[in-house]
Design a protein around this ligand. Structure first.
Ligand SMILES: Cc1cc2nc3c(=O)[nH]c(=O)nc-3n(C[C@H](O)[C@H](O)[C@H](O)COP(=O)(O)OP(=O)(O)OC[C@H]3O[C@@H](n4cnc5c(N)ncnc54)[C@H](O)[C@@H]3O)c2cc1C
Length: 400
């Protein structure tokens, strides 16, 4: 796990830090970066059981958008999108952010109602969004099949022009490199196996490389967050599921935007190199295996071909899966836990890549102050007992 000096160092863990972050995915790395950049807190370690950004950060389909329904979600996702828009300069790293727009297709009158409602809600929140008719949407993406005689005809779609994609591993490296420059220790091959406690307070973590003490601990371990908190007797309302994606062989540029169809269960973009990047909904069973079932891919391919007949001769090259942590209202949990000095950022399910800079910003604030930032204040753990849910199933839908 050595890396060239121009990326980051490979330090030995110290005995103690002001803040320890568990999980070196995009969220953990962005949190470490903003702790240093925004709050001057640099005595920080990010502990990663595998290799840096080898979890969902390396496995996602990189869709970035902010067109969620509720004001609370609009706040955090749009904050993130605005950060993406200036991030290349901030991180001094070109991670191929491409604002090529995202189309969400509607196939039923219920889809149309949900989509138009969401466009109105987005515009009230200052988020770009339009409702497109089938004729208008083929102008944006000419290869979508809008023929009326298919199983699920396209009745229109939402369109967010500022949305798009970025190269996920470059994003992780960019945050890691900058965090490292600030003096943050990025420690790979370091699995957190439990916590050191003093009454109802955590004071450190147990790891396979020995105990590490910490003033505050932030969990950014995606599908494993609930596994970690359960060692303290804290049950989180999370279900961990496999989520799969796949890529085709390299093709000439044919697909100019990102198309998602919640109804037929597929979404597709074309990566910078030329491969089609596709994803489906979650595999419905719980699992911690980073792989999924073939029948899900099969259905996904059938859906993709119905929407894009032009892909009929494209070869599928590679499939993989990640473990996503899904909450009952399809919104994340960011903030305190019942255990003092232990904070969580989890429950991003199928859609946390887009939130990477935004959540790093607010989680860093939360860890620095011991209090939530105003943007993550609504995303508490308590909402599952108070009932103040932020139901984003309509916007999150098949995935994202
Ligand atoms: C197939 C797929 C497609 C997706 N597509 C999109 C998309 O298009 N757009 C979008 O916005 N989101 C998408 N997502 C979701 C997105 O990838 C995640 O929400 C996001 O990456 C979560 O970031 P993270 O840093 O919390 O998680 P991760 O990158 O998974 O990081 C968590 C890290 O914690 C580490 N860890 C776990 N347990 C321990 C431990 N005990 N000790 C130390 N380290 C530990 C893991 O090894 C891992 O590296 C997709 C996910 C998948 C799987």
């Amino acid at each position: 796990m050595e890396h060239p000096d121009w990326l980051w160092r490979t330090p030995e863990p110290k005995k103690s830090y002001d803040v320890v972050i568990v999980g070196a995915g995009g969220h953990g790395l962005a949190t470490a970066y903003y702790l240093a950049r925004n709050h001057g807190i640099t005595n920080v370690a990010v502990l990663e059981k595998g290799w840096l950004a080898g979890g969902n950060m390396a496995r996602n389909t990189t869709i970035i958008r902010s067109n969620y329904l509720w004001d609370e979600s609009a706040g955090i996702y749009e904050h993130s999108l605005k950060l993406w828009e200036g991030l290349r300069e901030d991180l001094e790293y070109d991670f191929l952010f491409s604002q090529r727009g995202v189309l969400n297709l509607a196939h039923t009158s219920q889809d149309v109602r949900e989509g138009t409602r969401r466009v109105h809600a987005n515009r009230l929140n200052g988020i770009d969004g339009e409702w497109l008719t089938p004729d208008e949407l083929v102008e944006v993406c000419p290869i979508v099949n809008t023929s009326p005689d298919v199983r699920y005809p396209v009745l229109g779609g939402t369109w967010q022009p500022r949305a798009g994609i970025a190269k996920h591993d470059y994003v992780a490296w960019a945050f890691a490199r900058k965090a490292d420059r600030y003096g943050v220790d990025l420690i790979q091959g370091c699995e957190v196996t439990g916590f050191i406690t003093d009454g109802n307070r955590v004071t450190g973590v147990e790891t396979n490389r020995g105990p590490i003490h910490a003033g505050r601990i932030g969990l950014a371990a995606a599908g494993h967050t609930s596994v970690l908190t359960s060692t303290l007797g804290v049950r989180l309302p999370l279900q961990s599921h496999p989520l799969q994606a796949l890529v085709s062989e390299l093709l000439e540029p044919v697909h100019p935007t990102v198309v998602m169809s919640n109804h037929v269960h597929v979404y597709v973009s074309q990566a910078h190199k030329g491969e089609l990047v596709m994803g489906a909904g979650i595999d419905s069973y719980n699992s911690y295996g980073q792989r999924g079932s073939v029948h899900v891919i099969e259905q996904q391919m059938a859906a993709a071909l119905e929407l894009f007949p032009i892909f009929a001769h494209a070869h599928l090259i590679r499939t993989w899966g990640g473990i996503v942590d899904v909450t009952p209202d399809a919104s994340p949990i960011i903030g305190r836990t019942p255990v003092e000095n232990l904070f969580v950022n989890c429950g991003w399910g199928t859609g946390g890549f887009k939130a990477t800079p935004g959540v790093g910003w607010v989680f860093a604030h939360t860890l620095a102050h011991g209090e939530p930032h105003e943007l993550n204040r609504p995303f508490t753990l308590e909402r599952f007992t108070t009932g103040a849910l932020i139901d984003e199933h309509g916007a999150a839908a098949v995935a994202h």
